[in-house]
Every structure is written in C-alpha cells, then in structure tokens.
Design a protein around this ligand. Structure first.
Ligand code: NAD
Ligand code: ZN
Length: 352
C-alpha cells in the first residue's frame, strides 16, 4: 500500500493498494461527521463493486443511498447532474454527510461537481475504478460536466476529502479501457520521468500496477501543489491533449480520449522534431512505446480538419495557442505558438 498526501486548498491522502473498497467505511467514518453517505456510480460499475462499497459503509453504521446512472460520457451532462442534486435533496443528505464517487472519470467529475454545489459544498470521496481515473481524474480537484457546446464547459475546482484507489478494480477493465489509461501514464513519463519511461519500456504493468500508479499520482500531486488552479505548471498535463481534443472532435467522439491523446502526443512530438525543438530519435521511441500499450500513433484526418477542430478548443488565447512540447525523452515544456503556425505544426508532425 502506498499513500500520497496532496496539500492543496484541502490536504488529503490518496491511498493506493489492493482491497481498499472494503476500507471505505472506516475512511468515511474518519472523514465525515454525518452518518449518511450517497454512493454515485454507473451502470457498468454498480453490478461489479456497489455491494462491496455499500457493505463497507453500512458496516460502520452509515445509512447508504445509491444513485446509478447509465455508463458513458453522454451521461456527464446537466440532466444527470440535476437528477443527482434532486436525489440528494429527496434523500435529505445534509452538509455533514458525504458523497462517494465509485467509478471512472465520468462518475468522479459529475459527483465532484455535485458535491461542490449541493448545499454550497459537501464532502466527497473518490473511489476510482479505471486506470485513467486512478492516475489522473480522481486527484487534483477538477470537476465538470459537459455542455452541448463542448466537453467540461461547466465545472469547478473542488478537492475530495480523500481518494482510495483500489487496484483490484482495474482487473475487470476491458483491454481498450486499460489502454486509454496507459496513454495518460505514458504522458506522465514524457512530462518528467525518464525513469518512469524506462519502466514502461520494460513491459506491461497490468499485473502489478501499484508502483506505476503511485508514481503518476505523485507527479500529479507535485503539479497540483505548484499550480492548483491550472494557470502554469499544471498545464503540462495537457501534453497530447490540445491536438488530441481536435482528433476526438473530428471523430465525433467515437475515438476514445486515450487513443486521441496518444495520436496527439505523436503529432506534437513530430512537430517539435520538425521545428528543431526535440531530437529526432524521440518520436520513433515514443511511437514504439505507445504501440506496445496498444495505442495508435497516427490518424487519417487531414491537417486542415485537425487544425479547424483544434482551434475551437477552449485553450486558445487570442492569436496564440498553448502547446506542451517534448524537448527530450522524458522532458516537456509549455510552448506558445501563433495560431497560424498550428496547421504547419500538424502537417510537419504527421510527416515525421
Ligand atoms: N477531473 C480531471 O482532472 C480529469 C482528468 C482526466 C479525465 N477526466 C474525465 O474523465 C472522463 C474519462 O474517464 P474514464 O476513461 O475513466 O471514463 P468512464 O468513467 O466513462 O469509464 C470508462 C468505461 O469503463 C467502465 N468501467 C469503469 N470502471 C470499470 C471497472 N473497474 N471494470 C469494468 N468497467 C469499468 C465505465 O462504466 C465506462 O464504460 C472524461 O469525462 C474526462 O473528461 C477528468
Ligand atoms: Zn486526458
């Protein structure tokens, strides 16, 4: 078991290990004054893990109510959010009670936003059950729902009371969902960890994920502690995401986030090589690593299509766009480029 303590606007522990769902009752009893807990989860996770969580909470004397919504990004919307708030009101959840987010990033983002706004803020615990949620979404306090105008357009910074990352839950992930999380893990390596990359190059970590997951969470902790509100260093976590979001949009969101980020990382690294910012040998090495984890490295969308969709991304500021650019194996920097140079960047990146 590993514990990573995050000191942001709230200080909390992220515990990583096996069998932790059974500990949620004790953790909730330690962190909450009230004795009611509302568990929020989706229709895939509920049959797998809801009973375990309910039993653990009831075992510590909690009254438990459960809110289960249809799995998938399409549920991370205003309608599910309002249904959840109405449910909490009906269940007479009070400010000393808590929410428990049991699931992937969709469950965590939605529950966190509801926790921030219900009664102007009640405590919540994160129980991430996907690799992506474990290494990224459950830590750092970004919460959100999607609007018709785009992903994550309504949200808040609201830190959880604690995070229990039960590695047993990763065992039931479909291979594709595990691969999506691997894109984020490789992203951490490319931001600041030649040693993490070396471990990833040695072979798959699916059987024994604790060390890798804990390492990624510690890196996220470091960036969140420096820049909780995402105006500086935390933006490094967007490596592969700016063009990646453009790729997701081109596909009408049929391509998964992790796959789009993998292609985005390859394109931005190719562009960096073409503009002389990154040694040429980094790109083929990155592509080999992504492929080893069943991730794609190229796309059939044209540079013009990608450019157009990438520009509608919310990260554009006036005439420039912020990219995260690898400058070496395991090192990346924030790099602002003129908007008109972006298409050239994508074209050259794809040609590498
Ligand atoms: N808040 C943040 O900092 C942050 C960071 C990155 C991503 N996100 C958000 O996270 C979301 C993506 O997260 P995700 O990839 O976890 O998606 P997800 O929550 O939709 O989970 C992916 C799929 O796996 C299923 N699943 C979850 N746990 C399972 C398990 N243990 N066994 C079997 N199936 C399981 C889910 O039901 C779903 O079908 C996006 O909405 C994204 O915007 C947030
Ligand atoms: Zn991501």
């Amino acid at each position: 078991m590993t514990t990573v303590t995050v000191k942001a606007s709230r200080t909390y522990d992220v515990t990583i290990g096996r069998g932790l769902l059974a500990q949620v009752g004790k953790e909730a009893a330690r962190l909450l004054k009230g004795r009611s807990a509302a568990v929020v989860t989706d229709s895939n996770v509920a049959p797998l893990y809801l009973d375990r969580v309910k039993d653990a909470l009831e075992g510590e004397g909690f009254r438990v109510c459960t809110f289960v919504f249809p799995a998938g990004e399409a549920s991370k919307n205003g309608a599910t959010y309002l249904n959840l708030l109405e449910f909490l009101a009906r269940e007479q959840i009070t400010r000393t009670d808590g929410l428990v987010a049991l699931g992937g990033g969709v469950v965590g983002d939605l529950t966190g936003f509801a926790a921030d706004t219900f009664l102007r803020g009640i405590g919540f615990l994160q129980l991430p059950t996907t690799l992506l949620a474990a290494v990224d979404a459950s830590v750092g306090g970004k919460t959100a729902i999607d609007l018709q105008g785009g992903k994550n357009l309504a949200g808040a910074f609201y830190q959880p009371l604690g995070v229990l990352c039960d590695l047993d839950t990763l065992d039931t992930l479909p291979p594709e969902t595990f691969a999506d999380g691997c894109a984020e893990v490789i992203k951490y390596g490319m931001i600041g960890g030649p040693d993490l990359l070396a471990k990833l190059e040695q072979g798959t970590f699916r059987q024994d994920p604790e060390e890798i997951v804990a390492r990624c969470i510690a890196m996220k902790r470091d960036l969140v502690e420096q820049d909780e509100f995402d105006t500086g260093a935390r933006q490094l976590l967007n490596l592969g995401h700016t063009i990646g979001h453009g790729i997701e949009a081109c596909s009408g969101y049929t391509l998964s986030h992790g796959k789009a980020v993998a292609i985005g990382m390859a394109l931005v690294t190719g562009g960096a090589a073409a503009f002389g910012l990154c040694p040429a040998e980094v790109l083929p090495r990155l592509k080999r690593l992504l492929q080893r984890y069943d991730l794609p490295v190229e796309t059939a969308y044209s540079s013009a299509e990608l450019y157009e969709k990438t520009l509608s991304d919310k990260k554009r500021t006036g005439d420039t766009i912020q990219l995260v650019v690898p400058t070496a194996w395991g090192r990346s920097v924030l790099h602002r480029v003129p908007v008109r140079q972006l298409e050239d960047w994508i074209t050259k990146g794809a040609a590498q």
